[in-house]
Design a protein around this ligand. Structure first.
Ligand code: FES
Ligand SMILES: [Fe+2]
Length: 382
């Protein structure tokens, strides 16, 4: 985050603190609750968002060495990402070309060859089909044609992005737009390092999981016994960048900075920077590290989602050196999110359809929510 931007945001937060104001949308927005349960809307979202746009799968530091691999499931598309000997990365559908078995079942690892667990067809890390067990049964098969199916993949800002549609184009910079691309570059996320991750299957629509990250209105209320006391109520800076957004929420420690020259204030320990990277990623700067949340809808059921949390340490040498700090942060985060955010979201999901309410209202003080849902509606209307 560059100095000019820190100064601008600090000045704005100081103004809001003095005036007890915050960045507001022009008006309230009414959001149909149907969008969280409708199978037709879910199908449009899969098609327009999760098959066409670049999705963040992992951090590049998760596969640093040649032959390192990571697997993921992108809304029904099993994905295998492999670091090549020349340092580049390739992505494939994690599906055997014989009869479609899941090729690699491990979440991550290092392998020169991938052997299918069903009948032992064997593939190289570049996707080539190396060996067919009992070749007499397949003498007419063209091995060149039966390599793993490639997926468009790009490494940018230290993150690995995939479009889970074979043959599709990928252009992460274009997807981000120049301003947001520059903003992410400023965080030097490529210097960060993977520390740990955890995935959760949730009985909640993916947008409802996203909603919980995109407003600070609830922090001092829902989280009053956990993280709430460390936050200032409803004091934020908000900016939209095409489909993406930034919300900067002030920590209580901002009070100690008030009155200082915004030009020299170090904002990073005293604010939470919450980026929504459209469609399903939340990147959070939490005082001294990043949280990376990838939130994906279920392949068929609109009432289910998968959320994966990653802790990224700011540099590789802090992964081990600060382990006790990461342990502490992770425990607070997991407890808060599971016992408070997702407990509330589960109740909301259950009440949708049965609660007699056709629309939620997003307040003027919830501008990132408004923007996100407008963008989803716009992308799925076409
Ligand atoms: S399905 Fe993979 S070898 Fe048969
Ligand atoms: Fe929360």
């Amino acid at each position: 985050m560059n100095r000019t931007m820190q100064t601008e945001i600090a000045a704005k937060l100081f103004t809001h603190m003095a005036a007890k104001s915050t960045d507001l949308a022009p008006e309230e927005m009414y959001q149909p609750t149907e969008a969280y349960i409708d199978p037709a809307q879910a199908a449009r979202e899969r098609e327009a968002l999760f098959r066409k746009l670049p999705l963040i799968v992992c951090h590049a530091s998760e596969l640093p060495q040649p032959h390192d691999f990571v697997t993921a499931d992108l809304v029904g598309v099993p994905v295998l990402i492999v670091r090549q000997p020349d340092g580049s990365i390739r992505a494939f559908t994690n599906v055997c070309r014989h009869r479609g078995s899941r090729l690699v079942t491990a979440e991550r690892g290092n392998a020169r060859l991938f052997v299918c667990p069903f009948h032992a067809w064997t593939y190289e890390g570049n996707g080539a089909l190396r060996n067919i067990a009992y070749p007499d049964g397949f003498c007419g098969v063209d091995r060149q044609e039966r390599g793993l199916i490639a997926l468009p993949v790009e490494q940018r800002h230290g993150l690995v992005w995939v479009v889970p549609t074979p043959g599709a184009a990928i252009d992460v910079a274009a997807h981000l737009g120049a301003a947001f691309d520059a903003e992410l570059a400023g965080w030097k996320i490529d210097n960060a390092a993977y520390e740990r991750s955890q995935s959760f299957e949730l009985p909640i629509n993916w947008k409802l999981v996203m909603d919980g990250f995109m407003e600070d209105y609830h922090l001092t209320v829902l989280h009053k016994s956990t993280i709430g006391p460390y936050m200032l109520p409803n004091i934020h800076e908000y900016s939209a960048f095409r489909s993406h957004s930034r919300l900067v929420a002030a920590r209580a420690s901002m009070n100690k900075l008030a009155g200082q020259d915004p030009k020299s204030v170090d904002l990073l320990p005293s604010a939470i920077f919450i980026y929504s990277v459209f469609p399903g990623t939340i990147l959070v700067w939490q005082a001294d590290h990043f949280e990376l949340w990838t939130i994906l809808p279920h392949a068929t059921d609109p009432r289910r989602a998968t959320a994966t949390a990653r802790l990224l340490a700011p540099t590789a040498d802090t992964v081990e050196a600060e382990r006790a700090l990461w342990d502490k942060n992770w425990k607070i985060l997991m407890d808060t999110v599971q016992e408070e955010d997702w407990a509330a979201a589960r109740d909301i999901q259950e009440s949708i359809g049965g609660g007699g309410q056709s629309h939620f209202v997003f307040g003027r003080n919830e501008p990132a929510l408004q923007h996100f849902h407008r963008e989803v509606a716009r992308a799925t209307a076409a």
